[in-house]
Design a protein around this ligand. Structure first.
Ligand code: HEM
Length: 498
């Protein structure tokens, strides 16, 4: 758990961003770089490619890690470093600006940077499932040290930076070649490297490709370098400005042994690159604990919310998602049960479809569920005998009765708690986790706001509470939980409020 948020909620939100690419309940992040040549912040005449920016930003974030000291790594400190000479280009602020809407108490910007690498390699043609994506990275609150290798950096300094970040010589060579399978060097960022003739009406930033397939994640970068065909390894190999030939110096530093091993076959390129990309995104400060890799979930429930009637009858509602492969098809309905006092209820069947969607990992079918549950006593919701979710009917937020006003930044919150868990001295409080802007980095950061609720009535065995929270800057990303004495509810996104 992180800061009162369950590790499972963190994991499932990240799975959602990775998997729900299009259609019902989609996130849209991965779809934005489909095809891989897309430029989100402009169009295809700019000579820019967002997927390449997403891979480059992750490297610039981890390049100054000191694994011996346990500091640095993928921690979004790069957001505070966009003005440094070692970070030319728009890639930091554009990428972070695009990722910001997904940052919440569940997902840090650093986790988003990791997801960006996995999504880019997947959409650009890499082996989709081979880069494990873990969650739990923590965002830095200030810049880290400088020292990202630059085209003019000498080979010894470059290799010692990589070594400090945990990458030996061969890994440094390979990781750089893997990264430089995508994207370009731009005249606007490196006029000493790229010739001005690259600037045209179809390529206004003057992008010069590293290989002839800048929007395909493949081994062309290494084969063209070795064969002296196509782009011959790209501008950092071929530039007439010899001091700036960083890729040439790096690739040659072991007499091309690593590059030849990458070029041995497409499979060997993909396998070695995926391993190194995984190592790159899992380079984190030593106090960060990463989750198990995300596995796209065949069955899941999301947006789970409890409600209560005036007589105190409790119900649970939300969405069920089925993710299935090309040889399977969607069920017309899904059955689910709840567990109360150790016993499973009889099965309830969903009715109708709540939509469908597509993803890199299969097709999705969505179903609404809504059923009355036993209360007190219910502890779990079980979907299609495949997966269970804990349900806390002792104390809970009432999303259907609560509401948000985005314009004024106000949340009107309702919650319920069993009357017999409250003692006279207990107060019911709500913690709002709000993604807010910060000084020094474009990345949103999560702040918390605590509000005391007042009693607003009774319903059966429950006491009802309400409060208004004002001045919340980004209602859509707000997550809330309520607590009283030793009891705390599950967290709920205010985006599902009624
Ligand atoms: C010695 C190490 C490295 C040096 C000196 C270096 C240098 C550069 C330079 C000068 C550019 C052009 C940026 C622009 O004009 O937009 C670039 C682009 C890029 N680099 Fe590196 N790089 C290195 C290692 C890496 C590594 C390890 C990765 C990732 C694993 C990486 C990923 C990328 C990507 C994807 C681009 C294309 C960006 C775009 O098209 O916007 N680089 N690199």
């Amino acid at each position: 758990d992180r800061n009162g948020i369950s590790a499972r909620d963190i994991y499932e939100e990240m799975e959602h961003i990775l998997v729900d690419n299009k259609g019902t309940n989609s996130d849209g992040l991965v779809n934005a770089i489909t095809p891989c040549s897309n430029y989100i912040n402009g169009d295809d005449t700019d000579g820019e490619q967002s997927s390449a920016q997403w891979v480059r930003i992750a490297f610039h974030d981890i390049a100054t890690a000191d694994v011996a000291a346990g500091t640095g790594g993928l921690d979004a400190s790069v957001g505070f470093e966009s003005n440094r000479p070692e970070n030319p280009g728009l890639f930091i602020n554009q990428t972070i600006g695009f990722f910001n809407p997904d940052v919440s108490a569940y997902v840090s910007m650093a986790d988003m940077l990791a997801l960006g690498v996995v999504a880019s390699v997947a959409t650009c043609g890499g082996t989709t499932t081979d880069i494990p994506l873990r969650t739990g990275r923590v965002d830095a609150s200030a810049a880290g040290p400088s020292g990202v290798p630059e085209p003019g950096t000498d080979i010894d300094t470059t290799l010692s930076s990589f070594a400090a970040a945990g990458f030996d010589q061969s890994e440094a060579i390979a990781l750089t070649a893997c990264g430089h399978s995508l994207g370009r060097t731009h005249y606007t960022n490196f006029p000493d490297i790229v010739d001005e003739s690259y600037v045209t009406t179809d390529n206004t930033d003057g992008g010069q490709e590293f290989d002839s397939t800048p929007a395909v994640f493949d081994s062309a970068v290494v084969t063209e370098y070795l064969d002296q065909t196509g782009e011959k390894g790209g501008p950092l190999v071929t530039t007439t400005n010899e001091t700036q030939r960083s890729d040439f110096r790096l690739y040659n530093s072991d007499q091309n042994a690593t590059i030849e091993s990458l070029a041995a076959s497409e499979d060997s390129f993909q396998t070695q690159c995926n391993t190194l990309f995984a190592k790159m995104i899992d380079t984190v400060p030593s106090d960060v604990v990463l989750s198990d890799p995300i596995t796209p979930m065949p069955w899941k429930a999301t947006d789970i919310g409890l409600d209560i009637s005036s007589s105190g009858s409790v119900s649970v509602a939300g969405l069920i998602r089925n993710l299935y492969g090309a040889s399977e098809s969607a069920a017309s309905s899904v059955s689910y049960t709840y567990t109360a006092n150790g016993t499973n209820s009889s099965a309830v069947e969903t009715t109708g479809s709540a939509g469908s969607g597509s993803s890199l990992y299969g097709t999705t079918a969505w179903y609404n569920f809504n059923t009355t549950i036993e209360s007190p006593g219910t502890t779990a919701l079980n979907i299609n005998s495949a997966i269970s979710y804990p349900i806390n009917v002792d104390i809970f937020v009432l999303p259907a009765k609560s509401s948000t006003n985005t314009r004024s930044g106000t949340v009107t919150l309702y919650a319920a708690a069993l009357s017999n868990i409250a003692t006279d001295s207990d107060t019911m409080t709500a913690t709002f986790y709000v993604a807010t802007s910060q000084t020094g980095s474009r990345a949103n950061t999560v702040t918390t706001k605590t509000v005391t609720l007042t009693e607003s009535g009774a319903a059966g065995a429950y006491t009802l509470y309400t409060a208004s929270a004002t001045g919340l800057s980004s209602i859509g990303d707000v997550i809330v939980k309520v607590s009283m004495g030793d009891y705390a509810s599950q967290t709920v996104k205010t985006s599902i409020f009624g």
